[in-house]
Design a protein around this ligand. Structure first.
Ligand code: 3PG
Length: 306
């Protein structure tokens, strides 16, 4: 009987785990759970006899792959798979998939939760500003970016986007103005929402020069990855621009320093919350379970990323 492990440092909602169980057990497979683990050793032990693993931001590196002698597939229940060593997985003959789009509405809704919080001065009782009529720049127009654009229109924002891989007509079909570069997006928009993945190309790419080119009243919201920020540049931006605010769903390494120095201009969630809704957990978790069943039973490789 094939064994599927759900290994989630940050657990899914119970209702999503029930849904995953139904899919896995309904396909005649066994489900094992490793939630809220604190040591890598626990993960190394749990993977020993499993055929498949469902993860979130959990790290799957060569050591985990070495320990998982029977492993055939890892599904990242979510979008970004920078937490999986794809090269090592391929070398171990392990298929890696993600579940694109399944948690994107949840992340997009959080963008606006964080934006309203920021422009209303973190609810400190002073007079803030509104989002209506402001230019919003969406950096990367994928599943989350598209949902951000949809919601932004409800707020009456003027929406711009830059994406190196999405054709301009596809962006403009959504009533969004496509600009030609990241630089143009930052120069044009006082509000920027980041949706780029963490890759060799994007790491550290949001730097001081880029942020300092933003119009007055600059707000950057990051629900993507902390690695895309140049943290020295972020610090410099806080120092140089008293109008600048940064709200992030991922704590930078300099979180404590920023919190202390700029309590009215900086906020980060204690734990990544973007995909933490029952709906997103159900969507991504069940999609992951179904993809595992499809792969193990029928060799279906849709959404394979390695
Ligand atoms: C993703 O890449 O899907 C999001 O960043 C959510 O990550 P999480 O599942 O660890 O919350």
């Amino acid at each position: 009987m094939a064994k599927v492990l759900v290994a989630t440092d940050k657990p899914f909602a119970a209702v999503a785990v029930n849904g995953i169980r139904e899919v896995i057990e309904g396909a005649g497979m066994e489900l094992a759970l490793l939630e809220k683990y604190t040591e890598k050793a626990q993960l190394l032990d749990a993977v020993k006899d499993v055929d498949a693993i469902i993860i979130r931001s959990d790290i799957i590196d060569a050591e985990v792959l070495d320990a998982a002698k029977q492993l055939k597939i890892v599904v990242r229940a979510g979008a970004g798979y920078d937490n999986v060593d794809l090269e090592a997985a391929t070398a171990h003959n392990v298929c890696v998939m993600n579940t694109p789009g399944q948690n994107s509405n949840a992340v997009a809704e959080l963008v606006f939760g964080m934006l309203v919080f920021a422009v209303r001065n973190f609810y400190n009782g002073t007079s803030g500003t509104e989002l209506k009529g402001k230019k919003l720049g969406i950096l990367a127009y994928g599943n989350v970016g598209r949902n951000v654009a949809r919601i932004a229109k409800g707020f009456g924002m003027d929406v711009y986007a830059y994406d190196a891989y999405t054709p301009v007509p596809a962006i403009e079909a959504d009533g969004v103005t496509a600009v030609a570069s990241t630089e143009e997006l930052f120069k044009t928009c006082p509000v920027i929402s980041l949706h780029i993945p963490a890759t060799a190309e994007t790491k550290g790419s949001i730097n001081f020069e880029l942020m300092n080119s933003m119009p007055k009243g600059a707000v950057v919201v990051n629900t993507a990855r902390k690695e895309v920020m140049d943290e020295a540049g972020l610090k410099q931006m806080f120092e140089a621009r008293p109008d600048f605010k940064y709200v992030s769903d991922i704590k930078p390494a300099i979180d404590a320093e920023l919190k202390e120095a700029y309590p009215d201009r900086y906020f980060a969630t204690p734990k990544k919350m973007g995909a933490q809704t029952s709906e997103a957990n159900i969507n991504a978790g069940i999609a992951a379970a179904e993809q595992i069943v499809g792969f193990l039973q029928n060799g279906n490789e849709k959404y394979r990323v390695n």
